[in-house]
Design a protein around this ligand. Sequence first.
Ligand code: HEC
Ligand code: HEC
Length: 360
Amino acid sequence: MKLSSVDFRTLVGVALLLLANTVGLAPLGATEHASDYLRPQSEWPALHINAHADVAPLPEALDYNALLAEIGAQLFHDTQLSIDNSVSCASCHNASLHFADSVRVSRGVEGREGHRTAQILRFAGHWQSLFWDGRVTNLEQLVGVPLTDPNEMDSSIEHVMSYVGSTAYKAQLEAYFDSPLVWQHVASAIAEFMRSIESPKRQFDYFMEAIAAGDFNEAETHLNAQQREGLHLFRTRAGCVQCHAGALFSDQKMHNIGLAYYGRKFEDLGHFQVSGDPQHVGAFRTPTLRYVSEREHLMHNGLFTDLLGIIRMYRHGGARPKPRPAQIDDPLFPTTSPLLQPFALTAEEEQALLAFLKTL
Ligand code: HEC
Ligand code: HEC
C-alpha cells in the first residue's frame, strides 16, 4: 500500500499528538484562549453574538426568617403530610444530592411514578417560574402541588391541616404569625425553608472572586488552562451562554432543545401545557448548570446521564426530530430552537468544555 502525502502528514500529526500527550504537553490549540481569562472580566473575549448576559458567580443568599424556616424544615421532612404517612418532600429532594433524587423518576406513595425527574432545590427561591415547564410562579403556591399530586404525596389540604392542627406545629405557627392556624402558614413555612437552602461555592466561584479582586495568580489556581479553555468555548463557539448565563447559569426562559419525544414514548409537551402556544411544544425552563456534574439524571425526563453525550448532542445543533409522513402538517410538531446551531469541536475541546462544566 502506498501512502499519499496527505495521509502521511496526517499520520505524522497523529504521531506528534500522541507524543505530546505521553510527555504531558497539552496538544496545540486545546488551551489557546486560556490566558485571555486571566484578566478583568470586561476584557475577556467577546461573548457569542446572540448572548444577552455573561457567566456570573453564585447569587446572593436570600433573606429568610430562621424561626419560620426551622418549622418549615421539620414539615419538609415529615412523612405524615402524605396520605399514608410514607412520603415527605425530602423523600424526593435529598439534601445530600443537592435536594434532587437518586432515581430517574421519583416514587411517591405506594411507589407511584411521575414522568419527570426531580429538580435540585438549591435556587428554589431564585426562580421566576417553577417546575420544568414553569407552570407555577411562587413557592407558597407550589407547596400544595406535590402535597396533592396523586403520584407524589396524594394528600389534601384538609388532611395536612388536621394533622398540623393536632401537633406542636399548631402552637409554633400560631405564635409566629400571631393568628389562628391557616393553610397559608404551613405553605409559608415550607417555602421559607426552601429560601434558606444554601448554595455552596464551587471552583468557578473562587475563580470569579479572584478575577474580581484582580488577583490573577490566585485565579489561575482555581481554574486550570483546560478549564479556562472550556469557559471560553462555553461563552463563544459552543453558544451555551445564550441560554445558560448569569448567576444561575439559566436565562429562566423556555426553550425547546428537541426532547419533546412528540408522538412517542416519553412524550412531554412542556410549556405548551401552560401557555397553549404551539411554539412552546417541548419547551422547558433552562435548568441551572450548577452542581451538574454531581447529578445523575439530567434533562426533564432524566433520560440523560452522560455530560459528554449532551455536549455532542449540542454540537450537532441539539436534537432535531423529523416528522413522520402523518405529522408533516401537524401544527403541534415541535421545532428545535433556532439558537441551537451545529458547531465544530475537537476531541480536546470537548474535554475542555466538560472540564469547565465540572467546576460549576
Ligand atoms: C414523589 C417525589 C416528590 C415529592 C414527594 C416532592 N417532590 Fe418536589 N419535585 C418532584 C419532581 C418530579 C419535580 C419536577 C416536577 C415538574 O417539573 O413537573 C419537583 C419539583 C419541585 C420544585 C421546583 C424546583 C424548580 O427548580 O423549579 C420545588 C420547589 C419542589 N419540587 C418542592 C417540593 C416540596 C416543598 C415538596 C413537599 C411538599 C415536594 N417537592 C415533594 C418530585 C417530588
Ligand atoms: C437554546 C437554549 C440553550 C442552549 C444554547 C444550551 N442549552 Fe443546555 N439546556 C437548555 C434547556 C431548555 C434544557 C432543558 C431541556 C429539557 O429538559 O428538555 C437544557 C439542559 C441542559 C443540561 C441538562 C441539565 C439538567 O439539569 O438536566 C445540560 C448539561 C446542558 N443543557 C448543557 C448545555 C451546554 C454544555 C450547552 C452548550 C454546548 C448548552 N446547554 C446550550 C437550553 C439551552
